[in-house]
Design a protein. Structure first.
Length: 132
């Protein structure tokens, strides 16, 4: 039986670089987790895609067996996020963090940022009230 990888190998037989990439893709596909666990209850993707798997988005390039996906809450400008790692069927999680504006924050950093936002909102109220 000819696979899609065999077909690609014939197409790129003269390119060692492409053949190496095809081999890598075949190993990754063979290693892709057979079962994807459900999302944590707070993950928005579980609700957004109730009939679809929130599958693994990427594989760590160094081992071709560790697949990752990101869980995220809400859809606003700031949300809770956490990486999930599936290493040959063993699932583990990274530390959760708050993600906003392409930044990761700890809870202490998020509280400090929130305080700055509240202070700025108070100042804005004072300025707009004074100009009315």
């Amino acid at each position: 039986m000819t696979t899609k990888f065999d077909e690609k190998r014939r197409e790129y037989a003269d390119s060692p670089e492409m053949l190496a990439l095809i081999d890598r893709d075949e190993r990754r596909e063979a290693n892709y987790p057979k079962v994807t666990p459900p999302c944590p209850p707070w993950c928005r993707f579980a609700e957004t895609y109730p009939t679809l798997e929130h599958g693994y988005d990427s594989v760590l390039t160094d081992d071709e067996t560790t697949f990752t996906r990101i869980h995220a809450s809400g859809s606003g400008d700031a949300h809770l996020a956490q990486s999930e790692f599936n290493r040959g069927g063993t699932v583990s999680f990274g530390d959760p963090y708050i993600y906003t504006d392409d930044e990761e924050m700890t809870s202490a950093q998020a509280r400090a940022f929130a305080a700055e936002l509240l202070n700025s909102a108070d100042m804005l109220d004072e300025i707009t009230a004074a100009s009315e």
